[in-house]
Ligand binder design. Structure first.
Ligand SMILES: O=P(O)(O)OC[C@H]1O[C@H](OP(=O)(O)OP(=O)(O)O)[C@H](O)[C@@H]1O
Ligand SMILES: O=c1cc[nH]c(=O)[nH]1
Ligand SMILES: [Mg+2]
Length: 212
């Protein structure tokens, strides 16, 4: 797995306010939205494009647009929805598939409760959105889900990641044919005994949407 930490002062600045427990929900949503646009810049470096000819007011030139089939953006419900608008602003013609997953807070195992995805992902660049990579159970299951549908070009974008989750993905995805790239805003210190990222930002879904 390729891991890219988007080390940039603007990202660190926005993450600081996202982490702060005094940050209210509307501000948290705005920061998550802004952060994903910055991370998308890094994550889409290898997005497939097609050249095409245009005329500027001064003369002809060749530009590019997104290749067909369009990239597929996959937010992991619920918290990943907080990253969707920001990502779609960067890739307006992308398509969106949905994966609903929730972690059992006792066992820390991920459970998939819904999906709405194309059956065949063999020729699609997939961008998975989830703010938190903690134990890695959710993201590992998501990648397996996409790989079973033929995906072999998967980039995961997270706002924060734990070293334990990255190690788990390295281990569990070694046998998945899909090369996975992780783009993250920061790698934090560790997980606590409840599987929360330390220092982290708390429960991303609750901070975005407030309903437990
Ligand atoms: O790496 P893991 O240990 O699997 O944990 C990370 C998952 O936990 C959070 O979702 P949660 O299960 O709280 O669901 P929610 O988005 O509906 O709040 C987060 O958004 C990830 O999906
Ligand atoms: O720190 C964590 C871990 C899992 N899920 C979250 O929302 N936050
Ligand atoms: Mg949650």
């Amino acid at each position: 797995m390729r891991v890219h930490v988007a080390d940039h002062p603007l990202i660190a600045h926005k993450l600081t306010y996202l982490r702060d427990k005094r940050t209210d929900t509307p501000t948290f949503r705005r920061l998550a939205d802004e952060l994903v646009t910055l991370l998308a810049y890094e994550a889409t470096r290898e997005v497939r494009v097609t050249p095409f000819d245009i005329e500027t007011p001064v003369g002809p030139t060749t530009g590019i647009h997104l290749a067909t089939p369009k990239p597929l953006v996959v937010p992991i419900l619920r918290a990943g929805l907080g990253m969707l608008d920001g990502m779609m602003r960067m890739l307006p013609t992308a398509e969106v598939g949905f994966l609903g997953m929730v972690r059992n807070e006792e066992t820390l195992e991920a459970h998939t409760y819904t999906n709405r995805l194309p059956d065949d992902l063999s020729n699609r660049q997939c961008y998975v959105l989830d703010p938190m990579l903690a134990t890695g159970g959710t993201l590992a299951a998501a990648v397996h889900f996409l790989a079973e549908r033929g995906a072999h070009d998967i980039t995961a974008i997270t706002l924060l990641s734990a070293p334990e989750g990255i190690e788990r993905l390295e281990r569990e995805l070694a046998e998945v044919a899909a090369p996975v790239t992780l783009v993250t805003g920061a790698i934090d210190e560790r997980l606590n005994e409840h599987g929360y990222i330390v220092p982290g930002l708390g429960d991303a879904g609750d901070r975005l949407y407030g309903i437990v």
